[in-house]
Write a protein that binds this ligand. Structure first.
Ligand code: ADP
Length: 343
C-alpha cells in the first residue's frame, strides 16, 4: 500500500477500502481517531461520530491499538487483538507520514470462537485422560511394592511405567500449551531457582539412572529470589532436562548449571547426546516440530520446546541453543530477576 499524503487522499483511500469490504481507520500521530470508514463502524457496532475524536491511549475498547503504536509494531506483522467486548480482529498498522497511522481490521471472531471450542474440548479430553493415567500409575506402584517380582515381571512393569511416563508428559504438554494459548496470567511469586532446579533433577533422576545417564550439577547455595511463575518455570527445566536425557545415549552425561550475572539468573542444561544438525536448529522451538531421523527415541509430542520458549518469553527472558551432531547440545535460559508482569 502506498503512503497517503493528505486528508482528502486519506478519505478517498478509506472509501476505496470500504468498497472492498475492508474495515479501516486513521489515527493522528497522537493516537486520536480522525476517520473511519463505514465497514469499520459496522464492525465496531459504533457511530463513526462517537469514535472520531477518541484517543486510543485513553479509550479502553481500543487500547490494544495504543500498545501497537507504543511498541512500534512492525507494519508487516498483523496482530490478533480483542477490540470492544464482541470483536476479535487481525489488525495491520501502517504509518502514513504526518497523518499518523492507518489501521486495517479483519474480523476473525468466528475463527476465534471455533479455536476456543477446540481448545476447550482438547482440555476436557486431556483432563479426562489424567484420571485413568494416575490410576494406572498408582496400581503399577502397588504391583511394584506387592512383593518380589521375577525378572520377566519386572521387565514388563518397567515397560508399562515408561509408557505411562511418556503419555503423562504428552498430556501435560497439551494442557500447558492450551493454558499458554489462553494467555492466562502467570502466577508470579518470589522463587528460589536453586530449589526449583534441584526439584526438577530429583523428578528425573530415576529415569536418567535407568538410562545409565549421569546428571552432574552445580547449584549455588545462596541465590536471591527471582520473580516468576514457579510451576511454569519448573516445566521449563523439566522439559530441557527430559530432552537432554531422552536424546543422549546410554552412558552419556547431562550437566546442569545455575548462576547469576548482574540482574539475571542463568540456567544451562548440556548433554553429550546425539545433537541437532544446524539446519534444523531454527525450527526446534516451533510447535509439533521434531528433527527428522533422530533414531534414538521416537516418542514425544514436539511441544516441549515450544512451551519452554513461550514460558521464557512470558518471563521476558531468552533461550539459546548450541549443538553439534554426535557431540551434544547446550540450552541456555536467561531470566531477569524482576520484571513488570502487568502485560
Ligand atoms: P519432543 O517431544 O519431540 O522431544 P521438543 O519440542 O521437546 O519435542 O523438541 C523438539 C525437537 O528438538 C525434538 O524432537 C528433537 O528432535 C530436538 N531436541 C530437543 N532437545 C534435544 C536435545 N537435547 N538433543 C537433541 N535433540 C533435541
Amino acid at each position: 500500500m502506498s503512503l497517503i499524503h493528505d486528508t482528502s487522499t486519506a478519505i478517498q483511500a478509506l472509501n476505496q477500502l470500504n468498497i472492498f469490504g475492508l474495515a479501516a481507520m486513521i489515527c493522528d500521530t497522537s493516537g486520536v481517531v480522525q476517520l473511519l470508514n463505514s465497514a469499520a463502524a459496522a464492525l465496531f457496532q459504533q457511530e463513526p461520530g462517537y469514535l472520531e475524536g477518541q484517543s486510543v491511549h485513553e479509550f479502553e475498547a481500543l487500547a490494544p491499538l495504543s500498545k501497537m503504536i507504543k511498541d512500534d509494531t512492525p507494519q508487516i506483522t498483523p496482530q490478533k487483538l480483542q477490540l470492544f467486548d464482541h470483536l476479535y480482529c487481525l489488525v495491520r498498522m501502517q504509518k502514513i507520514g504526518r497523518l499518523g497511522f492507518l489501521f486495517i481490521f479483519d474480523d476473525i471472531s468466528d475463527l476465534k470462537a471455533r479455536e476456543d471450542d477446540q481448545l476447550a474440548t482438547l482440555n476436557l479430553v486431556m483432563h479426562d485422560l489424567k484420571a485413568p493415567l494416575t490410576a494406572i500409575k498408582g496400581n503399577a506402584d502397588l504391583v511394584q511394592n506387592s512383593g518380589p517380582l521375577n525378572e520377566k515381571q519386572q521387565k514388563y512393569l518397567d515397560r508399562l511405567m515408561r509408557s505411562v511416563h511418556i503419555m503423562d508428559g504428552m498430556v501435560r504438554d497439551i494442557l500447558d500449551m492450551a493454558w499458554l494459548d489462553a494467555e492466562e496470567p502467570l502466577v508470579v511469586e518470589p522463587i528460589n531457582l536453586t530449589r526449583l532446579v534441584q526439584n526438577a533433577i530429583d523428578v528425573l533422576g530415576s529415569i536418567a539412572e535407568e538410562q545409565q545417564i549421569s546428571i552432574e550439577y552445580q547449584l549455588p547455595d545462596v541465590l536471591p529470589d527471582l520473580e516468576g511463575d514457579y510451576r511454569r518455570l519448573e516445566r521449563v527445566v523439566v522439559n530441557l532436562l527430559a530432552n537432554a536425557i531422552k536424546y543422549t545415549e546410554k552412558g552419556g552425561k547431562v550437566s546442569v548449571q545455575l548462576w547469576q550475572e548482574e540482574n539475571q539468573q542463568i540456567i544451562r542444561v548440556s548433554d553429550t547426546g546425539i545433537g541437532i544438525p544446524s539446519e534444523y536448529l531454527p525450527h526446534i522451538f516451533k510447535r509439533f516440530y521434531r528433527v527428522p531421523n533422530q533414531d534414538k527415541r521416537t516418542e514425544g509430542s514436539g511441544l516441549g520446546l515450544a512451551i519452554v520458549h513461550t514460558v521464557v518469553e512470558r518471563h521476558h527472558g531468552t533461550i539459546e541453543v548450541e549443538s553439534e551432531p554426535g557431540k551434544g547440545s547446550t540450552f541456555t535460559v536467561r531470566l531477569p530477576l524482576r520484571h513488570t508482569f502487568a502485560d
